[in-house]
Ligand binder design. Structure first.
Ligand code: NAP
Length: 334
């Protein structure tokens, strides 16, 4: 068992896009394990967009990380010592363990992984928080019906790629937007989306979406906000549902973007715009994991992990994910 832990703490609050100097690598002794605690050596760490909100120092749906505080986040790892009756040495577990190599944590906050269902790293992606976000956001908030047109932004990412595929399983026409031609090809050719646009090279989102969605848009799963969302609003159908999942185009701006004011579009369309947080559905995760695992088994739902090797690369992996370098779920292999 390791006696020293390496961990990343927040060194200062970022201005605009984070840089590596905003994080500091520390070496600290591993504390003694106490009653009901478990020592976990992490094998995979998650880097996610919501972490940008946690280090911003402004109000966000996720709790703020203080300067000098451990960078929080989901992780999976192997139990190397346990004083908790539910866990034994060698168990693979997942929990909110943060950006560190060794976590000494309350066993009550851990879940055992089931490598029989899928590789353990999927607990950070398709069968973890991002997969649950796609499942509940689309099915419970977006409520797609067969034949509906569903548009999803950040379509090649962890959440978006699952949203589009679940919408296809529900019998919808699916159009995605993403930031490169490679991503567009991935979601259409490999994931089965009906169409996708590269928002970085497309000059007129509205015209292109109108062309790709000739029957209008019934569900918009919004991961990005900004100009893409403005273009979608003009094409919403009667009783359309807009699922406000994320606004990543705004997370790294130093001044909030002021866009056209389009709420008037919602009146005649009787459309519903609803924000949601995945944890609101935590009571129901088990049901969703069972259903998604079955879709994975039958090949109806595919997933891709975008793995960066090496614990020391964690801040860089996070920053480049925010800039769009990832296809699928960005994970760090410790
Ligand atoms: P992800 O999509 O795997 O990675 C983030 C992606 O955002 C990047 O790959 C990039 O792809 C895109 N992006 C970055 N800057 C952008 C910009 N200016 N405009 C448009 N797209 C941009 O991340 P994820 O974990 O699946 O999260 C996707 C969204 O869901 C995020 O907004 C996140 O905050 C949100 N989320 C919400 C909840 C909830 O409970 N509400 C839970 C999980 C995630 P491109 O190359 O396509 O730009």
């Amino acid at each position: 068992m390791k006696r020293t832990n390496r961990r990343f703490v927040l060194a200062r609050r970022p201005a605009g896009y984070p840089v590596e100097e905003d994080f500091r690598l520390e070496e600290v002794p591993v504390p003694e394990v106490r009653h009901r605690e478990v020592v976990v050596e992490t094998t995979h760490l998650s880097v996610d967009p919501y972490m940008r909100g946690r280090i911003a120092g402004t109000a966000s749906y996720a709790a703020a990380i203080e300067i000098g505080g451990l960078m929080g986040g989901g992780a999976v790892g192997r139990v190397v010592a346990s004083q908790h009756p539910a866990f034994a040495e060698g168990d693979m577990v997942t929990g909110n363990l943060g950006w560190q190599e060794v976590a000494v944590t309350d066993g009550g906050a851990l879940r055992k992984g089931d490598p029989m269902i899928a590789p353990i790293s999927t607990a950070l992606g398709i069968l973890g928080m991002p997969g649950m976000t796609a499942y509940f956001g689309l099915l419970e908030v977006g409520r797609p019906q067969p034949g509906d047109t569903v548009v999803v932004s950040a379509a090649a990412g962890a959440v978006g790629s699952a949203v589009g595929q679940i919408a296809k399983i529900m019998g919808c026409r699916v159009v995605g937007s993403a930031g490169s031609d490679e991503k567009v090809r991935h979601v259409v050719d490999e994931l089965g989306f009906d169409a996708a646009i590269n928002y970085r090279t497309e000059s007129d989102y509205h015209a292109r979406l109108r062309w790709l969605c000739p029957n209008g848009i019934d569900v918009y799963f919004d991961n990005v906000g900004g100009n893409m969302t403005d273009a979608v609003f003009h094409l919403l159908n009667l009783r359309a549902r807009v699922v406000v999942c994320g606004q990543i185009s705004q997370y790294n701006l130093e001044k909030p973007e002021l866009g056209p004011r389009l709420l008037g579009q919602l009146i005649g369309k009787r459309a519903r715009v609803e924000g949601f947080i995945v944890s609101d559905f935590s009571q129901h995760y088990e049901r969703a994991v069972t259903r998604m695992a079955e879709w994975i088994r039958t090949g109806a739902l595919k997933y891709r992990e975008d793995v960066v090797e090496g614990f020391a690369q964690t801040p860089a992996a996070f920053i480049s994910m925010l800039k769009g370098d990832n296809i699928g779920k960005r994970i760090v292999k410790v």
